[in-house]
Write a protein that binds this ligand. Sequence first.
Ligand code: ZN
Length: 649
Amino acid sequence: MKDFQYMVEQFADLRILRYKIDGFESLPLRQKLYIYYLAEAGLSGRDIIWDQNNEYNLWLRSCLEYIHGKIELSDPDFDLFEEFYKRVLFANGLHHHYSTDKLKPSFNTETLNKWTASLSKDQVDQLGCKDALEVFNRLSKHLFDNSHLSKRVCQDEDKDLVQNSASNFYKGVTQKEAEDFYKSQMDEQNPEPVSYGLNSRLTKDKEQIAEEIWKVNGTYSKAIERIVFWLRKAAEVAENEQQKNVIDLLCQFYEIGNLEIFDQYSIEWLKEQEGAIDFINGFIEVYGDPLGFKATWESLVNIIDQEETQKAKVISENAQWFEDHSPVAINHKKEEVTGVSMKVINAIMLGGDCYPASPLGINLPNAEWIREVHGSKSVSLQNISHAYEMASLTSGVIEEFAYSAEEIELHKKYGALADHLHTHLHECVGHGSGKLEPGVRSDALKAYGSVIEEARADLFGLYFIADKKMMALNLIPNMDVARAQYNAYIRNGLMIQLARIEQGANIEQAHMRNRQLVCKWVLEKGAQNNVIEKVEKKGKTYFKINDYLQLRQLFGDLLIEIQRIKSQGDYDAARSLVESYGVQVDKHLHNEVTTRYKGLGVAPYSGFINPKLDAIVNNEGAIIDVKISYEESFIEQMKRYNTEYGLLS
Ligand code: ZN
């Protein structure tokens, strides 16, 4: 078999990647079926997100698809059109998935007119227009009139957020009317409030404000009926009774539209921890609504990553050993510590708002009272982050910023393993380690608390990844893994992460601050012994680690100090450490890094093509196997989805 291709293509500001599901082929048929039905349910809601993003998106998608089929490859503007079409497909509509600004085509209206004129009578009819000119007029207004639909989610507080957002959550109502409507619904006394407005569009008709509910026999019925159909089939082959119960509640919610049922479903979903396969399917995140009431539709089908979950478990089970051997002061250690058990999962099918741009981790449900009473499920998507790492190996970033061929080699060999292990140490034992001195409040470090906390967990991981215990626990084959992690951490903390900061700005984000803090501190403290050396080669800056053992010692020293700061609630020391090492950007180096990074031409945003699942059916019509394949191109998959799951267009 040829090497798996993680990197597929790049256009505009987007990179398209593939992710892989190891071990799918050897799953028992019943689990394959469960995944297959959940995946179908997850793809059936595709058109909902398109319509939620903007009321014209589905029309626009058909229009662009017809034109794409008509333009000759020899047309000098074919590439311009195809790039725009692919950008719209990536964004699930006319607005950029991240900035929410309207996408601008690079072709002009004249060219567009030529293309729309070539549409067939049948296509013009399908688009609900009387002639090609009407198609052109409507399309050019959407694409070229900058005052029309300019922003999907308006965040400008000086404007009416509802009326200036192109998303399709409100029709004919003002921001004030929407806010008043939901204020009047809310019961402040209820300790278990539903998520008001989560699954509906708010409309006004003849002064009457009402909700159109997204449910069976309501808005989006055709898509939701199909989702329910596949969910019911999934329930028949579920792994356990609780999964059946969860699916049943979700179907009831889709059928009735009652948000109390949605909360019951969320609680039962939270409790289901036994099965290997899990899923999300529904109206979940509210970032697409400037008022934060309406949820976009999303889906994810996933399976536990046994190997990585096992590694995390080994670390978590040894939490007491780590605590006992940590370098921090004895009175800052916990006498008894329990590790956090973390579930590592692999994505199998992304849908709705999770596709093609995917999250890296999930922490649900969102309802605050459910989180307080019942907790939340937190998982990281292993194969998605792995695909990012593998694609970055071919992006040239390592070659650009690593000092030597040996460092590059080490990264390619152990970079991914080292990074995962560091994450496990950070999450499973790092955060949970250490204790406060009597009388110290957990919020004593105020605004500096989160940076100090992240630095503490990172340092815990950096210190122990280079411990012989890692080999004894069979987590690493040799100490080169720790060297790879030290190289990567220093390279990123002192250089690469600066590429994400705008010129002239300082570091704001807590994780970025903590990384720079750690790196600059060890750089300074190790200067006398030349532990880390700043080298210039052909006008480019590099950081080269000369002494890994001493570097580990320095990580340990900083861990002692940071733990002391936390344990004693030493606000002044926290502020001084963060402000001196974590915030200020070296302007000269920042400039150099930005230029070098830009020179690599790596697109800033990424998204994924799903694998294709095919049911193999015997003569009696029974499914005897589910085959997985990864051959589709981005545009092939998108067009297939438009056809097979185009339930609302
Ligand atoms: Zn953390």
